[in-house]
Ligand binder design. Structure first.
Ligand code: PSU
Ligand code: MN
Length: 315
């Protein structure tokens, strides 16, 4: 049997895998992919850099190698140096693009620098042979999507790319019931980690049930193995609720979301700008509390990501 992480990189593919990450993958050791839109567009400076560093540290403490994905000067990178994290974290919004799957080819062709979203990170991670990826929350079906058609490319990516995504559910700025419907349509299993409810990012519960519940990282790895052994393409959502100590009050969140959505409507914010705009407004409205929750949950996901990557590698 081949090592679970073993890959055959297309030598013509312009992908740069950090030597530490490449060695771990070659030797079948655990690796956790991490996204970078959260650094470039999801959090303010300097919390974004502090969090990026803390998240990598959580992965290492969990016994895995962190592989933060980004595009720098047109090169998709898998595993970053501290200086590269710092560059992404301190660049102004017009100097770094938000790179979703659709933006990737243009970013590479034009030598751009950007933070990769869940969709682009999954795509690049899969090219490198990484099977486990931890983030904050996945994108989803936006509220009002029946009119706007605003459905995150993260969902389509989950339908096609073989990576398990550890997240704290989907952000409360979204339409969570429609997001779960859409994941079902795409054939993506949603697995609650030690929970029967789909977490709502800032809060542990949403009132919506998940399809399946797993109690251990080993159970998650077994499902990944079964899915891909069957040749069923696509990812899995592992929904890991925010730690209770960092949870926000659901009423506060809903009020803040309504405010933020009104603000976005008044300013005419749409498309790729919408999610970063809403996250920033939420942080303003909650006096920074939503940012602290965001940091806590992504660290928590990094810890579970490391455990799942270890379980995956010991199959
Ligand atoms: N989760 C966060 N902060 C973020 C995001 C997720 O806590 O900034 C980013 C992710 O990169 C996700 C993206 O893929 O938002 C979704 O953007 P959109 O809704 O435009 O697809
Ligand atoms: Mn969108």
């Amino acid at each position: 049997m081949t090592a679970p992480n073993q890959v055959h990189l297309n030598p013509n593919r312009p992908l740069k895998v950090h030597p530490e990450v490449a060695a771990a993958l070659r030797e079948g050791r655990p690796v956790v992919g991490l996204e970078s839109t959260i650094i470039t567009h999801g959090m303010p400076h300097p919390e974004n850099l502090d969090t990026a560093i803390a998240v990598e540290k959580e992965v290492r403490q969990g016994g895995a190698v962190p592989a933060t994905v980004a595009v720098i000067d047109g090169v998709p990178l898998v595993g970053l140096e501290l200086g590269e994290l710092a560059l992404l974290a301190s660049s102004t919004r017009d100097a770094v693009v938000k790179v979703s799957r659709r933006d990737l080819a243009v970013a590479v062709a034009r030598g751009l620098t950007g933070g990769t979203t869940v969709s682009a990170t999954m795509a690049i991670a899969a090219m490198a042979g990484i099977r486990v990826f931890a983030t904050g929350g996945i994108g989803g079906v936006h509220r009002g999507a029946t009119e706007t058609f605003d459905i995150s490319a993260d969902l389509a990516e989950l339908g096609r790319t073989n990576v398990a995504v550890i997240c704290a559910g989907a952000k409360a700025i979204l339409d969570l019931p429609l997001t779960l419907e859409y994941l079902e349509t795409l054939g993506v299993p949603v697995i609650g980690y030690q929970t029967s409810e789909f977490p709502a990012f800032y809060t542990r519960s949403s009132g919506l049930l998940v399809d399946y519940r797993a109690e251990t990282p080993d159970e998650i790895a077994d499902i990944m193995r079964a899915k891909w052994d069957l040749g069923l393409e696509g990812g899995l959502v592992v929904a890991n609720p925010v730690p209770a100590s960092a949870e926000l009050d659901p009423k506060t969140v809903e009020e803040a979301v309504q405010h933020a959505l009104n603000h976005a409507a008044v300013e005419g914010v749409r498309g790729a700008d919408l999610t970063p705009f809403l996250l920033a407004r939420l942080s303003d409205i909650t006096g920074g509390a939503s940012l602290q929750t965001n940091i806590a949950l992504i660290r928590n996901n990094a810890r579970l990501g490391a455990a799942v990557a270890r379980a995956w590698c010991s199959l």
